[in-house]
Design a protein around this ligand. Sequence first.
Ligand SMILES: [Zn+2]
Length: 287
Amino acid sequence: MKKRKVFFLTILLVIGLSVFGGDTSKDIYVFIRVDDLFMLNTDIQPQEMDAFLDVAEKHGARTILATIPRRLIQKPNQNGKMAEQIRDYRRRGHQIAQHGYDHRCPFTGRSDHDLYTPDIDGYTREERFEKIRKGRMMLEAATGKKVVSYVAPGGDSLYMPEKDVQKLYRMGFIDVPSADTAEDGSEFSYGLCPRGLDYTWAITDKDFEERLERAKKDFLAAAETRTEWSFLFHDHFTRKAYNDGIVLKWFDEFLSWLNSLEEYNVKYVTFEEYYRKFNPEFSISFD
Ligand SMILES: [Zn+2]
């Protein structure tokens, strides 16, 4: 065969491979969320998540940090430490999201809901939105950046009526569409965040492997039909001092596994990055 002919055949083969063959892995967008920054009622100290974020960054991942605004005027922010920490996390590329206002209902004293109280008369609608606005301003003042995601604490996401979800959207909180949207369905996804499971809550050496396997199984099942997956942590367990850094080890192993998958191309995104990517026409400024 003439040299030129071989050359052209090679070029054709290369083009053919890049179009039809080559990388056939499916893109899956993965959201990593940490809730409850900074948890008050815990003896796991010091209050920090630097080591956890180091693990994320080592694997090319960014996280979404659902932060309770009221902590900024409470003990965790002594000497402005908490404000300094979340400013630093934001600088490192992680997203600061708003997690209610206080994560505690003053009418029931319970922490599994915040602004919405089932069965009794709690806040009025105006008071709720006043708290949300106030909390948002506090977070924005601390981070120097617009807060565009609202993660409803605990049961609030269940009690929040559709019209309030829509009001949040009109206030400039972005909608992250999710395959996990409740079946009765809001076009403004429920709680404004994809749901995800927490595999490391109170994790011990005993159930470490079992929880790792469960997360892998859940991911693979979801990835078959979806292009998004979300999983969750809670602040106090991500601290290095919790059980000798067991969550850091779990997180490291799980991300190594995700990144090693050949059939899936895992892309870690914050809600904000994801929204910008698919809604370039969105008019509010993110900065
Ligand atoms: Zn929470």
